[in-house]
Design a binder for this molecule. Structure first.
Ligand code: SAM
Length: 289
């Protein structure tokens, strides 16, 4: 039975979207999740606990934000579309631990925003974002100065497979290597198109990446390592030596020497290397200044 005196988050969102005649913007990937039961399952999977500080990127109509505010200690929601302001104000009525900021999460100073909202405490990310910014957003979040403890994010199923790919496979890519350097990734739940309003054309997968307590590789120079990962996969048909020449300005002899010192075959392609081997190569470049 519907309790109109104490409406559910879903009902609040549906009423507010109607009241303000909100029109979804396709170019902002506005495929909303409104089902409270589904969002509840996703948050169970995300294992959001009462002491958690949560950054939500792209709150949309705010159903997940409202449920997060009930489960977590504090919620910071960063939304690009100011047109959602009245909707979010209505839906988040009474959610005193939730703060909404209207900014582009790809440009916002997330270090500063999370520090001022969470007072320097650890924080986690939950997001159902437009798929065209998933990869860039994941890289942005996981390479922050003070990165989140975990990132739970809805991605296209194919993107999830890439994120979880292993070295030596066709899907092993710079994104997978960088994210696996940050943490341990696992698939949580598949979500069909009908769960979204409006439905997208793809099947989605909710994934979780937990930051390593003890990272499997500890490069001498974090930035150089990330640069090396991107160089290694830049031109997949070229050998790693050629990619090193192009990206780091090394001569043929220098590139060979780096690979030999790192203990890898000088004719190898970057995509064949494990995270540990990539780290070895980055460290050899770093040692040479
Ligand atoms: N999380 C909500 C949900 O599950 O219903 C909304 C999901 S919808 C797929 C993506 C949301 O991200 C939209 O509200 C959109 O306006 C917002 N968005 C798109 N690009 C963004 C950006 N660069 N920074 C912050 N929010 C963004």
């Amino acid at each position: 039975m519907t309790d109109y005196a104490n409406p559910s988050a879903e009902l609040r969102a549906r009423v507010a979207l109607e009241k303000y005649r909100f029109k979804n913007t396709h170019s902002l990937g506005q495929n909303f999740l409104l089902s409270e039961s589904l969002i509840g399952l996703l948050l169970d999977d995300a294992n959001i606990l009462p002491g958690d500080n949560v950054l939500e990127i792209g709150p949309g109509a705010g159903v997940m934000t409202r449920l997060l505010s009930r489960r977590a200690k504090r919620v910071l929601a960063v939304e690009l579309d100011r047109g959602l302001e009245p909707v979010l104000t209505d839906v988040l009525e009474g959610c005193d631990n939730a703060r909404v900021v209207f900014e582009d999460a790809m440009k916002a100073d997330l270090n500063a925003l999370t520090r001022e909202t969470f007072g320097g405490e650890p924080w986690r990310v939950v997001a159902n974002l437009p798929y065209y910014i998933t990869a860039d957003m994941l890289l942005r979040l996981t390479s922050l100065e003070c990165p989140p403890e975990s990132v739970c994010i809805m991605v296209q199923r194919e993107a999830a497979e890439r994120v979880m790919s292993r070295p030596g496979t066709k899907q092993w890519c710079a994104l997978a290597a960088e994210l696996q350097y940050y943490g341990e990734a696992r698939a949580l739940t598949d979500v069909p198109p009908e769960a979204f309003d409006p439905p997208p054309h793809v099947t989605s997968r909710f994934i979780r990446i937990d930051c390593w307590a003890d990272p499997p590789v500890k490069p001498r120079d974090d930035k150089l390592f990330r640069r090396l990962i991107h160089a290694a996969f830049a031109m997949r048909r070229k050998t790693l030596a050629n990619n090193l020449k192009a990206s780091f300005g090394l001569s043929q002899d220098e590139a060979r020497a780096v690979l030999i010192a790192a203990g890898v075959d000088e004719r190898v392609r970057g995509e064949a290397l494990t995270l540990e081997e990539l780290c070895g190569v980055a460290d050899e470049i770093s040692k040479r200044g």
